[in-house]
Design a binder for this molecule. Structure first.
Ligand code: ATP
Length: 229
C-alpha cells in the first residue's frame, strides 16, 4: 500500500498556474523517479507535497491522512524528509551540530548517518561552510535522515557534483533502498543511475503528468520525447 498518494494536484505561483494535474504514489521500500525537462513542474510538485506551496485542487495524502491544508512543519513531523535543491545546511554550524539540530528519535542517529557517509564523521568538527559540494550534499541527506522520516524526497541531489561524488550519493540511495523501508521520491537528471535504482517513474511536462510506469517500461522513445534536449 502507498505511503504517499498524490492525486491530480494543481498549483499556481500567483496568477501563473504551474501544475495542471500531477498524480503519483510512493510505497515503503520503493524508489520513484519524478522526471521531466527543466521548468516542467518537478520542484513545484515537491513543494506541494512538503506543504510549502498551496494545493488548489486534488489531494495529497500521507499514510491515509490528507495533507492539503497542513503546515509544512506538521508534514515534516508526520515523516516527510526533504533534501531540497541547493543542499541547504547551517553554514556556521559544524557537521555534528547540523546533524544533531535535526535529530528526532529513531534508527538514524549521528552514528548510523556516519555509517552511511563516513566522511561526515571525519569532518564532524568542521563548519558546514568548509565542506566540499559533495560533502554538503551528504550532510543535507544526513540532516533529512536524522529526522527519521518515512518518506525521503531528494530534489536534484547529484546536480553539479563530480562524477565520483555522484556515485557515492547513488550508492547511498541504493543502500537506503536495500536496507530500509524508506519510501524514496527522487528528482534527478541522471537517467542511467535512475534506471538502476528506481522502481517506477512519473514524467511531467508543462505541469501535467504525461507518463507513469515501471522503470523498465521507460523506452528510449519515451525518454527522447519527454526528456531529450
Ligand atoms: P528544474 O529542473 O529547472 O528545477 P522543475 O521541473 O523543477 O525544473 P519547477 O521549478 O517546478 O520546474 O517550475 C515549474 C514552473 O513554475 C516553471 O514555469 C517555473 O518558471 C515556475 N516557477 C517555479 N518557481 C516559481 C516561483 N517561485 N515563482 C513563480 N514561478 C515559478
Amino acid at each position: 500500500m502507498s505511503l504517499l498518494n498524490v492525486e491530480e494536484i494543481t498549483a499556481s505561483y500567483g496568477a501563473s498556474q504551474a501544475l495542471f494535474g500531477v498524480s503519483l504514489t510512493v510505497a515503503p521500500g520503493e524508489v520513484v523517479a519524478l522526471m521531466g525537462r527543466n521548468g516542467m513542474g518537478k520542484t513545484t510538485t515537491i513543494r506541494c507535497i512538503c506543504r510549502m506551496l498551496p494545493v488548489q485542487s486534488g489531494t495529497i495524502a500521507f499514510d491515509g491522512q490528507v495533507l492539503n491544508r497542513m503546515p509544512s512543519h506538521r508534514a515534516a513531523q508526520l515523516g516527510i524528509g526533504l533534501v531540497p535543491e541547493g543542499r541547504r545546511c547551517f553554514a556556521n554550524l559544524t557537521v555534528a551540530e547540523n546533524l544533531l539540530a535535526a535529530a528526532r528519535s529513531g534508527h538514524w542517529t549521528f552514528d548510523t548517518v556516519s555509517g552511511l557517509f563516513p566522511r561526515l564523521a571525519e569532518r564532524r568538527h568542521q563548519s558546514a561552510a568548509s565542506l566540499s559540494g559533495g560533502e554538503q550534499q551528504m550532510l543535507a541527506i544526513g540532516r533529512a535522515l536524522m529526522t527519521n522520516p518515512r518518506l525521503l524526497i531528494l530534489d536534484e541531489a547529484t546536480e553539479g557534483l563530480a562524477p565520483i561524488v555522484r556515485q557515492e550519493i547513488w550508492a547511498a540511495v541504493s543502500r537506503l533502498k536495500a536496507e530500509t523501508a524508506l519510501a524514496i521520491l527522487v528528482v534527478d537528471k541522471s537517467l542511467k543511475e535512475l534506471r538502476a535504482v528506481a522502481d517506477r517513474a512519473v514524467i511531467v511536462q508543462r505541469g501535467e503528468q504525461v507518463w507513469s510506469g515501471a522503470m523498465d517500461a521507460l523506452t528510449d522513445d519515451l525518454t527522447d520525447r519527454y526528456l531529450g534536449v
